[in-house]
Design a protein around this ligand. Structure first.
Ligand SMILES: Nc1ncnc2c1ncn2[C@@H]1O[C@H](COP(=O)(O)OP(=O)(O)O)[C@@H](O)[C@H]1O
Ligand SMILES: [Mg+2]
Length: 251
């Protein structure tokens, strides 16, 4: 591997990749457990990429490595967003670069209203959307802004989680199982919101057990198996390849 980038090459695009977002040979560990085993992929600006694979394949770990959470730790590899080296950063620095992770549990803060949850996202600079703009796009959240956020339905909580990402400076949205536990009609509502987010120029990586829904939304698909990428191509290709789906997605 090449030498890890230093703070000085943070803004040296020549040191990175020509892709908008690039994960280059990333190896990540939880303590001694070697989980992400040399993952590489590129994402174009404004693209929606579905990151798929069986339970335990390493999807959440890959998203966490990109968002630079404490665990798993990156031991090798590089992550670049628009010419900025993300791999040397801590999670708050990656967030400041516009990388926002919406984890599976959605991290809605108990004891706070919908509006207070949104305001909390605006404590850290740079700011994203105003509350007014968010409520314009999420009328359900506007109606419920004074409601305690944990009393929202699952679908509304997912909307709030996406809205919170938009309240910060959002460039790369990382979604971990956004459709989990949601009825099909609610999944369609969230899909509509994610298409709007795309139309606004934001780039998205979506991890989803509901592979068909994710493939219908996505431009491209990546399949992860045992910590390695085993497929990288058009989402349509996966929809049309029953063998591939059966082998790696069990559908
Ligand atoms: N905090 C952790 N410590 C140790 N191993 C972990 C931890 N979190 C996940 N793993 C392991 O990493 C592997 C990949 O997990 P994960 O990334 O959650 O997969 P997926 O999201 O694809 O289901 C699994 O074998 C899991 O047991
Ligand atoms: Mg997971």
């Amino acid at each position: 591997m090449s030498e890890a980038a230093t703070i000085d090459d943070h803004r040296n695009p020549a040191a990175g990749s020509s892709a908008y977002f690039s994960v280059r040979n990333v190896h990540a560990y939880y303590g001694e457990s070697y989980i992400v085993q040399g993952v590489s992929f590129d994402v174009a600006e404004n693209e929606i990429v579905a990151l798929l694979g069986r339970n335990g394949a390493g999807k959440t770990s890959t998203l966490r490595a990109i968002a630079r959470t404490e665990q798993p730790a990156i031991m090798q590899g590089e992550i670049w967003l628009n010419g900025v080296a993300i791999h040397p950063m801590k999670s708050f620095e990656a967030a400041r670069q516009g990388i926002q992770l919406v984890p599976e549990d959605r991290r809605i803060i108990a004891g706070l209203t919908v509006e207070e949850n949104l305001l909390l996202s605006q404590v850290a600079k740079p700011l994203g959307w105003s509350l007014e703009r968010i409520y314009g796009h999420f009328p359900r959240l506007a109606e419920r802004k004074q409601q305690e956020a944990v009393t929202l339905s699952g679908g509304e909580q997912q909307m709030l989680a996406v809205a919170r990402a938009l309240a910060r400076d959002l460039k790369l949205l990382l979604l971990d199982e956004p459709y989990e536990g949601l009825a099909p009609t609610i999944v369609r509502e969230i899909e509509k919101i994610l298409m709007e987010v795309k139309e606004l120029g934001i780039t998205t990586v979506i991890v989803e057990q509901n592979a068909i829904a994710a493939l219908n939304l996505a431009d491209r698909a990546l399949i992860l198996d045992m910590g390695e990428i085993v497929f990288d191509g058009a989402a349509k290709e996966v929809l049309e390849d029953a063998d591939l789906r059966h082998r790696y997605l069990a559908i």
